[in-house]
Every structure is written in C-alpha cells, then in structure tokens.
Design a protein around this ligand. Structure first.
Ligand SMILES: [Zn+2]
Length: 329
C-alpha cells in the first residue's frame, strides 16, 4: 500500500500518532523525510532538515505553535540542520546519540582554516589533483553553513534503551557505517521502524571515509548493521529519511548488500595495477562530478578500498607524493 506524498507544508498520517512530511534539500538528493509524533500531550519531531529560510517556513507551517522534543538520528546537515533553530524557537529539548551530537557541535563551530587543514591532508592521501583540491578547499566549512548549531545541552540515546516519545515506546538501535552512532527507533508492538538513513528504499546510504578519519573501515560497521536490521520482522513498516514509507525490509537489505559486493568487486578490479583512491573514485563513478558530488565519490571509494585492505585483498603503499596507492594481492 503506497503512501501518497503529502503536499509541501502538510503531513500524511502513517500510523496512529505518527505523521510523515517532506522538506526540500539544496542537493542532488533533493528531499529529506521527517516524522512528527503526537500523543499523550506531547509533540516530538524526528529529524529537522537542512537549515535555510524555506525549510524553516515549512517547519513553522507543519509544527504551528508547539513542539516539545526534537530527536535527531545522526549529525548530517539534512537531519540536524534546524535542531538549534527549533530548540530556540520552541524551547524543545534535544535527544541524540552523544557521538552524533558531538560531531554536529564540533563541525558547526569549526573554522574554515581547521576544516581546510584536514581536507588538504585528506586530498593529498587520496591523490586528488591540485586544481580540484584547490576548488574543494575554497568551499570552506560547508557543514557550518548548512546547520544551526545544536544546543549545548542534550539527552543521549543509548543502544538498546527504550524511550517513550509521544506515548509510543521505541527501542533505540545505534548503528555505525553511515554515521558514527546513527539512531534508528523501533516500535516493536506495531512493527514500525523510524530508520533515518540506515536503510533507504531507493538509494544506498553513503558509506564513506571522510577527512576526520581516513583510515577507518565504516563498511564493516555498515554491513554489521544490516545483519542487525535483518533480525527485525519482514513485515515491519520502514519510515526512512529519504523516500516513502515501505515494507519489504529483508529484500531491501539483500539489494544493498549486493550493491556493496558489486562495488567491492569493481574496486578490486580497478586495482590490478597500483591506483590512488582518486583514480578509483573517478573510474567507479563514471559521470561528471562537481566539487560537492566528488566528495561523496572520494569518500565512498576510500571506504571500499579500506575495507578490501582490511580484509587482506589489497596492499597499500605511500608514494613520494604523499598519496596512497592500492594494489590487488
Ligand atoms: Zn540524510
């Protein structure tokens, strides 16, 4: 049973006390889906959208005069963007996993210089050519411009704990891979999963190695989270961060796993000879990339290379130019 997409500034009821609405995003991925929980005299918003005048007007239209709590699944700007704005406007309390809150607070206040230093070192490791690296650097701290800083006081969300939101008992599932400790909310009684970006109906959530931790292996964490999600019942109604509510969780998990297996095989193939992460990224994402989309291509390519390296399928060397090169063992 497909859900009708609600018009801008309006909600669609997806379950008793659970309302869905959509906000625009200024990216290639042009929308984010949010949920409003209402019951027991409480109104709770799950995720907040990218911070700009348009989203803030639409939020005012949807929320009206009252909001009691804000829950944010992870620190990405399309989810945490308006948390600071809404907390100030409504006096609403923020709940968020601590690693996600800390990332958002840190990046919201990071100077362009500090941001640029990590980015320049990362681009050097990945073998990004100097003209592109210069253009990327010139963008400055893009995170800070997409968010209102979340408040300095918040409530943590622990893995496995039960939280009552608007009278609904949700179990918190904290999972890595897309973000350090992304929270999904599971209502076991009614088999509803507020999934955030951990699993999406049409696209594979970005799993990337970013300038803050270029040696990480987020794909291992992400694949482990899929195993965990596969433990939920097949008929769960998934309420995703991008896309319409859907059923068919297990088939979707299989499709996303297959996508990563194919990417890994392709990356391995591209490393028959020594190749930098940038070379692999441009070969994997065979389409024009601007300064913004290239960031995702580089981060995702590196995540696949690091995973293969960790697994022992690739060896890695550092060149005289400071760039990593990977080759099939
Ligand atoms: Zn998102």
């Amino acid at each position: 049973m497909p859900f009708e997409l609600p018009p801008a500034g309006e909600c669609c009821r997806v379950a008793e006390g659970v309302w869905w609405f959509r906000l625009p995003l200024p990216y290639v991925l042009d929308h984010v889906d949010l949920y409003l929980l209402e019951g027991d005299g409480e109104r709770v918003l799950v995720d907040t959208g990218h911070a700009d005048g348009t989203t803030q007007r639409l939020l005012a239209q949807v929320l009206g005069e009252r909001l009691d709590r804000i829950l944010v699944t992870h620190f990405h700007p399309d989810h945490v963007g308006n948390a600071g704005h809404l907390a100030a406007r409504y006096g609403a309390a923020l709940s968020m996993p601590r690693p996600e809150w800390a990332m958002a607070r840190m990046l919201a206040f990071e100077s362009d210089e500090a941001w640029g230093a990590a980015l320049a070192a990362y681009d050097r490791l990945l073998g990004v050519e100097s003209e592109l690296a210069r253009r990327r650097l010139a963008l400055g701290n893009t995170f800070a411009r997409a968010v209102t800083a979340p408040p300095g006081s918040f409530r943590d969300l622990h893995d496995g704990e039960t939280v009552i939101l608007a009278g609904i008992a949700f179990r918190i599932m904290r999972m890595g891979g897309h973000a350090p400790a992304h929270a999904a909310l599971y209502d076991r009684g009614r088999r509803l999963l507020l999934a955030g970006d951990q699993i999406l109906p049409e696209i594979s959530p970005v799993v990337g190695c970013w300038p803050d931790e270029p040696e990480s292996d987020p794909l291992s964490a992400y694949l482990a989270s899929l195993d965990r999600l596969a433990g939920l019942p097949e008929d769960v109604l998934v309420l995703p961060g991008h896309g319409r509510p859907f059923r068919g969780l297990h088939a979707r998990i299989d499709a996303v796993r297959a996508h990563h297996e194919a990417r890994l095989a392709r990356a391995l193939d591209l490393c028959r000879d020594w190749a930098t992460p940038a070379e692999v990224a441009f070969a994997l994402f065979d389409r024009p990339l601007d300064e913004t989309t290239v960031a995702f291509a580089l981060a995702e390519a590196l995540a696949h290379l690091n995973h293969l390296h960790r697994r022992g399928d690739l060896e890695r060397e550092s060149g005289a130019d400071g760039a990593w090169r990977f080759r099939r063992r």
